[in-house]
Design a protein around this ligand. Structure first.
Ligand SMILES: *Cc1c(COP(=O)(O)O)cnc(C)c1O
Length: 455
């Protein structure tokens, strides 16, 4: 039998794990607006940031240094799975009959199965070093929570995770995974916080959202001096840590003598997109013809349908206020299966990139996304997370466009995570039950609930 010719891949040796993170902020056309403290209406102070975040994270959040050294224990932990391979999807190219080359940076080799561990390890390391005892965080489907649970276990910290209530009850596997790694997991809204109790009293079936989980996590931070909030995707420091993805990718593309025409990633808040694409922003600003494309879910697409303005990062305005693309902090996203993409806004850096014309965005319906993910799995063998499948949908559309125009483009996408804990969603798709928005499951916020959220 002749070789199948499914893939081609480019690997880096372990010593090529980056030694520094790249901070895109100093290279952007202008600086992001500063965070606003809800209680004063003024810019947040350093003390405010340090009470909320791990001390070193507060410093990184406002850093204008272009390069930040990765602490050796974090870099050593990166060796658990980094560098990640760059893989060419030859079988997909052949099936589509496109003259384009399709490559993907495969972040799913991490122990938690997604890119999220890049930042989780950094945040847990600094929390321990700075003398904090516990981290608190929010998680949607559980990707971030499970990455942070591993990281807290490695560096010896307690972790409390507020998990969106719909996922807590309906998708227990990630919860089981977090608990296996030693984290305490609570549903949001739930009865352990005042805010959670208030929401449940008013609206007993509230499905929860990332934003309610953030509100409850922040209340927990307020209540305990040794506790700090860990951010899964939104903050500047989190995006910084993911730059290892793009830095490795640059080196891998250099090895095969290619420059990207398209850089595509799914966007919930934009951490994987930013980490993957930000090291190319300077090239783009210097004239390189690179399209950076954010793939969003139609049901929750701030970059495609939102506005660039000041909004609160959580659902009750505990703060901070940030300038970014948003659908409004009171927006409760419908329960699509890409749980990691259900957030009303996006990271300020990504919002600014879009505002400055550095980023394109497109939104895709859930069914077409699963069509793409399933096609990819059948051809290439890897089963993508529903979040990742948004990027794959965009890639297939662009590759077909290249087929029509005869363009021999280099399309690179970020394979943000695997879908092996999302089989319930694949099951619904395979049984023909999946719809673009599963409307009968969607609990639209009532006016009294919105008022409750604002109060
Ligand atoms: C969390 C997550 C995303 C979306 O988050 P970003 O901050 O936009 O990267 C995408 N893919 C996977 C697998 C995720 O876990």
């Amino acid at each position: 039998m002749k070789p199948l010719g499914l893939i081609d891949r480019v690997d880096l040796p372990v010593d090529k794990i980056p030694t520094r993170w790249y901070n895109v902020i100093p290279d952007l056309p202008r600086l992001p607006e500063e965070y606003i403290d809800n209680s004063t209406g003024k810019k947040v102070t350093r003390e405010w940031l340090e009470r909320l975040f791990v001390k070193s994270m507060a410093a990184q959040e406002t850093s204008l240094e272009r390069w930040i050294t990765i602490p050796e224990p974090v870099r050593e932990a990166y060796k658990l799975w980094r560098p990640t391979p760059l893989i060419r999807a030859v079988a997909l190219e052949r099936e589509l009959g496109t003259p384009a080359q399709i490559w993907f940076k495969y972040e799913a080799t991490s122990p938690s199965g997604s890119h999220k561990l890049n930042s989780a390890l950094a945040q847990a390391y600094y929390a321990k070093r700075d003398g904090h005892t516990r981290l608190v965080t929010d998680t949607g489907a559980g990707q971030w929570g499970s990455a942070l649970a591993i990281a807290c276990q490695i560096f010896g910290l307690d972790l409390t995770v507020f998990m969106v209530r719909a996922s807590f009850h309906n998708k227990p596997y990630r919860r089981n995974l977090m608990e296996t790694y030693g984290a305490e997991v609570r549903p949001s809204p739930g009865d352990t916080t005042e805010y959670g109790r208030k929401l449940l009293a008013e609206y007993p079936d509230h499905p929860g959202s990332e934003a309610t989980a953030v509100s409850e996590a922040l209340e927990c931070v307020d209540a305990d001096e040794g506790t700090r909030f860990a951010v899964g995707a939104f903050s500047n420091h989190c995006l910084l840590h993911h730059s290892v993805i793009g830095l490795e990718l640059k080196e891998q593309l250099r090895m095969i003598g290619r420059t990207p025409d398209y850089l595509i990633a799914s966007v919930g808040c934009g951490s994987n997109l930013s980490g993957f694409a930000s090291p190319f922003v300077e090239d783009k600003l210097n004239g390189a013809d690179i399209t950076i494309l954010a793939a969003e879910p139609e049901a929750c697409a701030p970059l495609t349908y939102g506005e660039y303005r000041l909004d609160w990062a959580d659902s009750n305005g505990r703060g901070p206020g940030v300038h970014t693309y948003t659908l409004g902090h009171e927006f409760v996203p419908p329960p699509i299966h890409a749980g990691g993409l259900r957030y009303h806004g996006c990271a300020p850096i990504v919002g600014l990139m879009r505002h400055e014309g550095l980023l394109d965005a497109e939104a895709y319906g859930q069914v077409s996304v699963f069509d793409a993910g399933t096609t990819f799995a059948k051809l290439q063998g890897y089963l993508p997370a529903p979040e990742t499948s948004h990027a794959i949908r965009a890639v297939i559309d662009k590759a077909l466009e290249c087929k029509r125009t005869g363009r021999e483009a280099t399309i690179v996408f970020n394979y943000s995570g695997h879908g092996l804990l999302d089989l319930g969603a694949y099951g619904r798709y395979n049984d023909g039950l999946l719809r673009d928005v599963e409307k009968e499951d969607f609990v639209a916020p009532t006016p009294s609930m919105v008022e409750g959220l604002k109060a």
